[in-house]
Design a protein around this ligand. Structure first.
Ligand code: G16
Length: 542
């Protein structure tokens, strides 16, 4: 097998964001763009030779091509073994599980997660380390440095491989192992949850659930777990076929993009439990009948009920949330005497806390929840966890959450996203906010207690991440966070996270929009939001 060295020139825009490199397919399909990035990973992270790696993705457009390129480039590096999901499919948590289980050196996850797919959509690559989690910033910075100075890459001159059949064969010195994408992940969740108890609930005639796979990677996982193993009727899994363009949809499980599921849950069909996962299966949404659980509340409820999942009984010592995630979790950790950690946005920041044994659960307001048994967030894990709570308590989703609010109070919470802003407007706005630290003392009815930049020091590694968001804390306990997204593929996305705490029992069941509105309006006026970002309305409110 001949190994070719191809001369190339660097691209200047291969800096990874919150979760890997995400770009439009048209950007990735420029000559040598993908190859440069992959070679930069090999250059920045020595030691691939002879080792095992995991490779797969969410089935979006460009995955099939990228897999062939990565196989040939990995063969050129004399990687020992490449474990590939059949047809190239792995959900992100399933890939993380395999990296850990097979003690792999790392993994390439091909996904732009919840971003739209197809020829005109996004593609992405995330490099995970041997702990099964996204490479930390120290590593991604090294990769970025390599992308800026790369002059050539190596690639094996060999035909494309067949990834449609389970089995093993070789490309040069590299063994290719095509595996059932679902099997190991099913074993993983079976090791955590009581499948007999879950079967009792899920297969019961009195319980109806729907799982929206959004035509992403989790369809086959959900069919196997919910329909085939737990006995839910056929048709429980909606949009279960993975598609290159996610059926033209936006595979993000929230009230806007999983609208059909939401409509079903708010109809008179009498569905008890609704859930969805995103394109690569790491995000999740939980719904009850006529009821939506915010991701921040979901994390708090999961933590508050950890003794209901026998596997976690007595095991949970600490829990983490990303900074913008509501502080509902903090009430629970304080009451249960658990250690609480606050990290920057992005799952990779939880990894070191897990590696240090500090946390068992973690979550983000962006529909991410997970556990330290993996290093990626995990939609199906969260869904099985919720089903376990329902099975153990015999309560509905709504009853579980409302009981939680009565005990701990409710953190009303909304996130306003302003997508594809002009980069200059967005950056200027953040600088303007900085210029107002200590100057703005009131926003509408609220009195400002503090207004500052949030910087982070990892308690396990001492690593520092600066400027991870701007926080306005009010005397009332309300809070607003501003930050720019690190996952967008064009322009800038401004996220504004608004939170208001309520303990008074008569005010626990209000509409979040109604409760948050004055907080938003007071802020918008105080900082002249629309004028500064040149945008009247948010693109999405979640
Ligand atoms: C967004 C979310 C983050 C999340 C990240 C990656 O980042 O706000 O909480 O960690 O996406 O999520 P996924 O892997 O599901 O794409 P950002 O920087 O756009 O806010």
């Amino acid at each position: 097998m001949e190994i070719k060295t191809i001369v190339t020139t660097p691209f200047q825009d291969q800096k990874t964001g919150t979760a890997g490199l995400r770009k439009k397919v048209s950007v990735f399909s420029q000559e040598n763009y993908l190859e440069n990035f992959i070679q930069s990973i090999f250059n920045a992270v020595p030691g691939f030779q002879g080792k095992t790696i995991v490779l797969g993705g969410d089935g979006r457009y460009y995955n099939a091509h990228a897999i062939q390129v990565i196989v040939k480039m990995a063969a050129a590096q004399k990687v020992g073994r490449i474990i590939i999901g059949q047809n190239g499919l792995f959900s992100t948590p399933a890939a993380s599980n395999l990296i850990i289980k097979r003690k792999a050196f790392g993994g390439f996850i091909l996904s732009a997660s919840h971003n739209p797919g197809g020829k005109n959509g996004d593609f992405g690559i995330k490099f995970d380390l041997s702990n099964g989690g996204g490479a930390p910033e120290a590593v991604t910075d090294r990769i970025y440095e390599e992308t800026k100075k790369i002059t050539s890459y190596q690639i094996a001159d060999t035909p494309d491989i067949d990834i449609s059949q389970i089995g093993e064969f070789s490309v040069g010195e590299t063994v290719i192992e095509i595996v059932d994408s679902v099997k190991d992940y099913v074993e993983f969740v079976k090791g955590i949850f009581d499948f007999d108890a879950l079967k009792g609930l899920v297969s019961s005639e009195n319980f109806k659930m729907r799982y929206d796979a959004m035509n992403g990677s989790t369809g086959p996982y959900a069919v196997r777990i919910f329909e085939e193993i737990l006995g839910a009727p056929k048709g429980t899994v909606l949009r279960g076929t993975p598609m290159e363009d996610f059926g033209g949809g936006h595979p993000d499980p929230n009230l806007t993009y999983a609208k059909e599921l939401v409509d079903l849950m708010y109809s008179d069909e009498g569905i008890d439990f609704g859930c969805a996962a995103d394109g690569d299966g790491d995000r999740n949404m939980i719904l009850g009948n006529h009821f939506f659980v915010t991701p921040s509340d979901s994390l708090a409820v999961i933590t508050a009920n950890y003794e209901k999942v026998p596997y976690y009984k007595g095991k949970v010592k600490g829990v983490a949330r990303s900074m913008p995630t509501s502080r509902a979790l903090d009430d629970v950790t304080a009451a249960l005497g658990l250690k609480a950690y606050e990290t920057p946005t992005g799952w990779k920041y939880f990894g070191s806390l897990m590696d240090a044994g500090l946390i068992s659960f973690c979550g983000e307001e962006s529909f991410g929840t997970g556990c330290s048994d993996l290093r990626e967030k995990d939609g199906i894990w969260a869904i099985l966890y919720w089903l376990s709570i329902l099975a153990a308590t015999g309560k509905t989703v709504q009853e579980v959450v409302q009981e939680h609010w009565r005990r701990y109070g409710r953190h009303y919470y909304l996130r306003y996203d302003y997508e594809t802003l002009e980069t200059e407007d967005a950056l200027n706005f953040m600088d303007y906010l900085r210029s107002q630290f200590g100057k703005i003392t009131r926003m509408g009815e609220e009195t400002v207690k503090s207004f500052e930049e949030w910087n982070y020091t990892d308690p396990a590694t001492g690593e520092v991440a600066l400027k991870q968001g701007i926080i306005v804390l009010f005397e009332s306990g309300s809070r607003i966070v501003f930050r720019l997204s690190g996952t967008g593929s064009s322009g800038k996305t401004l996220r504004i996270y608004l939170e208001k705490y309520e303990k008074e029992s008569s005010r626990l069941n209000k509409e979040p929009t109604e409760v948050i509105k004055p907080l938003f309006e007071g802020m918008a006026k105080a900082v002249s939001l629309s004028d500064r970002i040149n945008r009247e309305y948010p693109t999405v409110i979640t």
